[in-house]
Write a protein that binds this ligand. Sequence first.
Ligand SMILES: Cc1cc2nc3c(=O)[nH]c(=O)nc-3n(C[C@H](O)[C@H](O)[C@H](O)COP(=O)(O)O)c2cc1C
Length: 381
Amino acid sequence: MSDHPSETGVKSGVALPAPQIPGQPLTALAPMQDVTDLAFMGLIARYGAPDYYVTEFLRVHAQSRPEAHIVRSIDENATGRPVFAQLIGEEIPHLERTVALLLKHPVAGIDLNLGCPAPKVYKKNVGGGLLRDPDHVDAILAALRARTPGLFTVKMRIGFEDTRNFARILDSVARHRVDLLTVHGRTVKEMYRSEVHYDEIARAVRAVPCPVMANGNVTSAEAGARILAATGAAGLMCGRHAIRNPWIFRQIRERLAGAPVFAPTLGDVHGYVHALYRATAAGFYEPGGFGHGDPTARERAHVARMKKFLNFVGQSVDPDGAFLHAMRRAMSEAELFEVCARHLADHADRPFATEPYPGVVARPNCETPDADGCSLANVTA
Ligand SMILES: Cc1cc2nc3c(=O)[nH]c(=O)nc-3n(C[C@H](O)[C@H](O)[C@H](O)COP(=O)(O)O)c2cc1C
């Protein structure tokens, strides 16, 4: 709950989402482009919902209108948990216009993206690119705070190539009464695979009056408990490891309550893969969807999309990456599910590893200068 007026005279006075177990730290599913759509949010809810969700980023520029499929994830959200709408952009009038449009929908609040590391994005001075310009960040935060009567939140990395602007931006977050700050403990240049600087997240916790969510490599409930202790953060945001392990939010709650932590088996994972296939079907089989009229093309496209999710799941199936190896060769639904039967159902009682197996890397690893956006095709663990 914000109880201080903003320097701009605005005070949200709106309560943050409540944790499902009173008194526990908050959990959130990280916004992920191409992933956190209506279907995936609903799927995660079936395995143990996070306390709140954040949409994929809505692109904001002179001609932009909120993307219809992202707005759907707000309007039709049936998870029972609130969803924040995330914006990426730099031009204040267009950001303000978009906030006004989104506030007509049932959003829990407005979130600003100050972290996307894709060169095509940051070269436009949006997302992580804005971290190079703390004065402009300050102006954006002032404007969006003034235009957002409810919750206004920020998700940021710790800097662009180093942390030289971090303290100034944290000061802006504090002065403009941001209601909640998420810190992904890497610089933009560190992309997705470096160590996470939890000491910098701890620094943010000390610097701002609002709750801080820790983000980056919350790989398990145990890791989450360690990260909370190391940072003093108010909660945990999980992205890729919720794709790998959709039970993670439930497990975090159990671990923090001192209760036995659910330990999924490969049989449970087999069920998840089937549910994921059904959830990711939207867009391929709807009239006018991809490959409409050509069943083989749309099946191949669907299988290709599944592989991007299974790249993460496969990190905990076997230590040699045999499932990943076989899965990447499947072209059809039948081939894909044959691989799943062989590697998952046939070993249904074996445990699904709590942490990713060392050296079993999700591919493609495209942390390259021409990677296009924070897309699932380009971001690996
Ligand atoms: C496929 C993918 C898409 C992403 N898209 C977004 C996005 O739209 N907005 C955003 O703020 N962060 C985005 N991110 C970053 C995540 O929200 C998160 O900060 C990052 O993955 C680190 O957390 P993790 O280690 O739990 O995955 C994306 C990450 C991935 C893997």
